[in-house]
Design a protein around this ligand. Sequence first.
Ligand code: PSU
Ligand code: MN
Length: 300
Amino acid sequence: MTQISLSGEVAEAVDSGRPVVALESTILSHGLPPGRNLDVARRLEETVRAAGAVPATIAVLDGVPVAGLSPAQLDRVCAADSGLDKLSLRDLGPAIGLGRSGATTVASTSTLAHQAGIGVFATGGLGGVHLGAADSWDISADLGVLARVPTLVVCSGVKSVLDIAATLEVLETNSVPVLGYRTDDFPAFYLRSSGFPVPWRVDDAVRAAAVVTAHRQYAGSGVLLANPIPPESEMDRELHDRLLTDGLELLRSKGVHGKDVTPVLLEHFHTASGGVSLDANEALVLANAKLAAEIAVELA
Ligand code: PSU
Ligand code: MN
């Protein structure tokens, strides 16, 4: 059986109970442009280290799931010609069985992190229920995995391209606690508030860790900690709404669906905003990595 391969540093940290934070690779390969992605990948790892934890970026390379990519492996994931597939959990078996390479999403990263003994994971945005899901049935596997895998996922909510109310309902149905970090509003990725309240709020890493520890005694599901984008990096709402309307039209006119929706939409935001959304994306994911590391330190 193919076991997840841990870097020496990650293996040592997991074995000795030191804090580790998992990071996903789809935000690098499919969410950020080449060049910028490598820079963000490195800064994410530095941020986790600066907060006292060990970063474990996860991907599947030549049929082997890896936690704790080496610098050369990180280069490969971020290369313009990497040709990496986007691997959700349904894709892990095929990619590993067929010896392929790919970047992991929230669903596959949390699952692999759990297998590796890592309980905390930081990312940008969670997948969710798409608008029109009643017809398209497009609901991200991220939600199904949060329902079953006890990883703490620190993110900045979900993008407003999703049906946020329905996403929160699905999380509730699946017994996934949603915590707002220093907020009572569920964040909407580029925006600090989606207009939908969160059921619970925590104001520091100590209390977040206490919630995670308590939750794990009663349920096998994950915990979602929603950390709003830093105020100074929040996108202008009008610009955001305009990009979103155009982006949805683009998806319709190009007939984009399934796993291509998020990458195409992100790319549209990045080009049409002249990079404003890239700065926002980077700021929020770095803030999430820092917070995740602080909680990992508390849990350890
Ligand atoms: N949201 C973002 N950026 C991303 C993703 C989501 O703002 O890169 C990626 C994550 O890897 C997430 C995945 O797990 O998209 C969800 O894809 P889907 O909706 O196809 O399940
Ligand atoms: Mn989907």
